[in-house]
Design a protein around this ligand. Structure first.
Ligand SMILES: Cc1cc2nc3c(=O)[nH]c(=O)nc-3n(C[C@H](O)[C@H](O)[C@H](O)COP(=O)(O)OP(=O)(O)OC[C@H]3O[C@@H](n4cnc5c(N)ncnc54)[C@H](O)[C@@H]3O)c2cc1C
Length: 368
């Protein structure tokens, strides 16, 4: 665990002088997160990889706690001022090889996908429309529409904060799992760049997601032109409020707030019995999971009595009106409002079905 101490602004500027970071004081994190909640922090904007490395190393040497933030789309930050210095990853470089793309960590992820499709490459199109940065995609093994970062990532460039070593690591070193990796909930490494394998012939990854395949009139496992798949994915996502739109409060979220729970094999019968007790004989959507059976968090939430838009039009924090799994800020919500809603939903599902939902976003200064 890193030690910490409060640092006066002048001293901090001195510590970061020469790193290339642009330092700003008292920045509301509500302006840097897609849930649009979070107290103030000192922010160091790092526009080059060299500045990112130098800034993190200078803060580590001075024993000042660091919070890495890029797109802020997977973060729930408390309403209190944040003690850590926010190191903001705003690098941008993107380069294509014969069958790959390399992006600096701060590059906007959807721009990387759009550029790769425009350049005639396939592979990333199912991950279209996901907010945030390229460098954060390995952190939680970002996934959508049947594709995960783990399927496509060739390597990731890491700064090891303990040793200062900068090296490339392959997917086998990252312990990828469902919405997790060895980088999630840890702070010992900074992602500096990512490299993804692409299909130079412009075909999509094999279609694995029923709804998407159906929309494309394809059978699962078939491919389609990447550009066509991208447009279809963007359409499906927009219908669920899963493409950022400042005018649409259904998108003021962190995406899916809970992961789909993987119930260990030995507990599946108990959960199925609890569902039967409450709902009678119903068809329960499940998927294979590692070490158990994956249930649909959205289905459990709805069947536990939390409809889209819960708890109603007056509430500052509500379930999205388009997608039960997104907790949304209707404009005036605080982090405390989001947390209260998350607890109500989690506790309701646990009480009715005996499944404890786990939040997907990284929480800072708050606990559910
Ligand atoms: C509308 C919406 C839809 C979404 N849909 C999906 C989806 O379909 N699938 C999915 O998987 N996710 C989805 N998300 C979640 C989110 O977009 C992804 O997790 C995204 O990769 C987060 O990127 P970010 O740059 O915003 O990360 P941030 O929110 O800035 O950070 C998230 C975590 O990663 C760490 N981090 C950030 N950058 C680095 C770095 N360079 N090195 C080390 N650690 C770092 C941060 O410290 C933090 O712990 C969605 C979110 C929203 C708002």
């Amino acid at each position: 665990m890193r030690t910490s101490r409060a640092v006066p602004a002048d001293e901090l500027r001195q510590i970061l002088a020469g790193t290339g970071a642009v330092v700003r004081s008292a920045v509301p994190l509500a302006e840097l997160t897609t849930l649009r909640v979070g107290g103030r922090a000192t922010v160091a904007d790092c526009g080059t990889t060299a500045a990112l490395v130098a800034t993190v190393q200078a803060l580590d040497t001075a024993a000042i706690p660091v919070l890495l933030v890029a797109g802020g789309s997977n973060l729930l930050v408390s309403d209190e001022d944040v003690a850590s210095v926010v190191v903001r990853v705003v690098t941008e470089g993107v380069e294509f090889g014969a069958d790959s793309v390399t992006a600096e960590a701060g590059a906007n992820w959807d721009d990387v996908v759009a550029k790769s499709v425009r350049a005639g490459f396939g592979g990333l199109e199912c991950l279209s429309g996901i907010p945030g940065s390229a460098g954060a995609t390995p952190v939680q093994n970002v996934g959508a529409y049947g594709v995960e970062v783990a399927n496509l990532l060739r390597r990731v460039q890491l700064l090891d904060r303990a040793t200062g070593d900068i090296h490339w690591a392959g997917p086998d070193e990252l312990a990828f799992g469902y919405r997790t990796s060895r980088l999630k909930h840890r702070d010992d490494a900074v992602v500096l760049a990512v490299e993804f394998a692409l299909h130079p012939d412009g075909t999509s990854a094999p279609l694995r997601y029923g709804e998407l395949a159906q929309r494309l009139d394809a059978t699962e496992g078939e491919t389609r032109p990447a550009a066509v798949v991208r447009e279809t994915v963007l359409g499906l996502r927009a219908g669920k409020g899963m493409v950022l739109d400042p005018a649409d409060h259904d998108t003021w979220s962190a995406g899916s707030f809970f992961t789909n729970p993987v119930v260990p094999d030995g507990e599946v019968d108990r959960v199925r019995a609890a569902i039967r007790d409450r709902l009678g004989e119903v068809s329960v959507p499940t998927y294979p999971g590692t070490g158990g059976v994956k249930f649909s968090a959205g289905w459990l939430i709805e069947r536990a009595g939390f409809a889209k838009g819960f708890p109603g039009a007056e509430a500052p924090a509500r379930l999205s009106t388009k997608h039960t799994l997104a907790l949304t800020n209707r404009g005036a919500a605080t982090a405390a409002d989001i947390v209260a809603l998350a607890r109500t939903v989690r506790d309701g599902v646990a009480e009715r079905f005996g499944v404890v939902l786990v939040p997907e976003p990284v929480t800072v200064g708050v606990e559910l």
